[in-house]
Each structure stands twice: as structure tokens, then as C-alpha cells.
Design a protein around this ligand. Structure first.
Ligand code: DGL
Length: 264
């Protein structure tokens, strides 16, 4: 039995798409959800500065919450710092996330796959290496979106989404070549599954949308080696926002996910 929580880290609310899967698989565990909203969006950061920021932040988070394991569902963060985090904090287990290029390459029939991600993830060497390693037989198009993560943030708080803007952002994912068409779009940003229904609705033709949330949660479960958490007297799951400024809509959203916002 342990009261040590599972820490989940994202630039914003995107990691909630993974938290909800993790809760299904590990209902007895306690979670601390950390949103580095003071630095949102990660997609626009220069790599060295973002790397230094996340490493510094983790030093403090690990000390403060003493998690049993840390999950970084955020692709933009993970593709940049997961190796550095493992080096900086040896002995602490980290579950990272990388764009689901391998499963997409295995599943595509047309050979045309698109990866929808933040501009940061698209330009990472890590992402390019995944393509070389797993998808040389496919044509992989990397599509960086400047707007979708923020649109998901707004949608989840206010319920508003501009469908035309979703349509415009996903349009470059759809390629027709000879008589073949893109048949898989990898959602390589935690925020995007929140908008997937609008994506389906505005897509020019049906495709498979790959959301890695469940796979990430399964990986975390497998690393816990069967140790069980104890919830009853362990206090509520909490959400921490690095800006320390949460408005009503944010607190209501967190409440909906069973998270008490720390400091409010
Ligand atoms: N949620 C993040 C990801 O999975 C990125 C969003 C952002 O901060 O730009 O990549």
C-alpha cells in the first residue's frame, strides 16, 4: 500500500485526456495533476529555454509531492526533455509520450499518414527519428498547428469552438496522391482528443484518429509493479496551476474531473 501519488504533467489541460484513462485503469490511485499554464503554450517555446524550465520545475515537484511515478503525456515536453529528466532524476520512473508514429505505420493501408502536433513537436529531432525508425515505408506528413491547443483550452472551459478554424487547421493533414488518400491522423498533442468530434465532422473524408491516451495510462500501470494506492484517507486528487491564477471556468472544469485546485 502506498499513499504516494501519480504525478501527471502537461502544459495545460490537455493531460486530462490521459488522466481520465488512467483513472479507469487505476481507480484506487491518487493523482496530482500539474498544468504549467504560466508557460502555455509549450509549442511556441525555444528548445533550450523550455528544457531548462521543465527540469527546474520537476526538481521542485518531486520534492514537494514525492510521487511514485511521473507521467508526461505532453508530446511537446516529452519529446524534448524525457531523456534529460531520466538522467537528472535517476531512480524515479517517468512515463513519456511520443507521437504514435509506429502504430500508425503498422495500421495504414494507403501508406499516407499525418501527424498533427504543435509546432514544437513537429520540429523535434525526436519526432524525425521516429519516422526514420518506424515509418520509412510510409509517407508521413508532419502538420504543426499554432491554434488547436488553445482552441481546446477555450472549448473545455467555455464550450465554444470555431468549426471553420478546426477545419482549416486539420486541412493540411489530408493528402490525395494518385488513387490513395491519407487514412490515419495521429493526434500527437494531448489537447487534441478534446476536439476530435469537431475534427471528424469537418474532415474532408473519414480517417482513423490515433489517440495514445489509453496506451500511456497502460504503460504507467505496468511500471507500478502491482503496487496499490490507498485512496480513502489519502486526501483528494489535486490540480496545480503554475500561474497560481485560476478563474471560475478552470476551477469548474477541474471539479468536473474530480480535482481540487490547490490554493483556491
Ligand atoms: N499538450 C501539449 C502536447 O501534448 C502541447 C500544447 C502546448 O502547450 O502547446 O504537445
Amino acid at each position: 500500500m502506498t499513499d504516494r501519488p501519480i504525478l501527471m504533467f502537461d502544459s495545460g489541460i490537455g493531460g486530462l485526456t490521459v488522466l481520465r484513462e488512467a483513472r479507469v485503469l487505476m481507480p484506487e490511485r491518487r493523482f496530482v495533476y500539474v498544468a504549467d499554464d504560466a508557460a502555455f503554450p509549450y509549442g511556441a517555446w525555444e528548445e533550450p529555454a523550455l528544457k531548462a524550465r521543465i527540469l527546474d520545475l520537476f526538481g521542485r515537484l518531486l520534492e514537494r509531492f514525492d510521487p511514485e511515478i511521473s507521467v508526461i503525456p505532453c508530446n511537446t515536453a516529452s519529446t524534448l526533455v524525457i531523456d534529460a529528466l531520466r538522467q537528472a532524476f535517476p531512480g524515479h520512473p517517468f512515463v513519456g509520450t511520443v507521437p504514435a508514429i509506429k502504430p500508425a505505420a503498422e495500421r495504414t493501408r494507403s501508406g499516407l499518414v499525418s501527424v498533427l502536433a504543435t509546432p514544437g513537436t513537429v520540429k523535434r529531432q525526436y519526432t524525425r527519428d521516429l519516422i526514420t525508425q518506424w515509418a520509412t515505408k510510409c509517407h508521413v506528413r508532419l502538420v504543426g498547428s499554432d491554434r488547436l491547443a488553445q482552441m481546446a483550452e477555450t472549448y473545455m472551459r467555455d464550450g465554444f469552438v470555431d468549426e471553420q478554424a478546426v477545419k482549416d487547421e486539420i486541412a493540411p493533414c489530408f493528402i490525395e496522391q494518385d488513387d490513395r488518400r491519407t487514412d490515419i491522423v495521429v493526434l500527437a498533442c494531448t489537447h487534441y482528443p478534446f476536439l476530435v468530434n469537431r475534427m471528424r465532422k469537418t474532415a474532408p473524408w473519414p480517417v482513423d484518429w490515433i489517440d495514445p491516451a489509453e496506451a500511456i495510462a497502460r504503460r504507467a500501470l505496468s511500471l507500478l509493479n502491482g503496487s496499490r494506492g490507498r485512496r480513502d484517507d489519502a486526501g483528494p486528487d489535486i490540480a496545480v496551476f503554475t500561474s497560481k491564477r485560476t478563474d471560475f471556468a478552470t476551477r469548474r472544469l477541474m471539479q468536473g474531473f474530480g480535482l481540487a485546485v490547490e490554493g483556491t
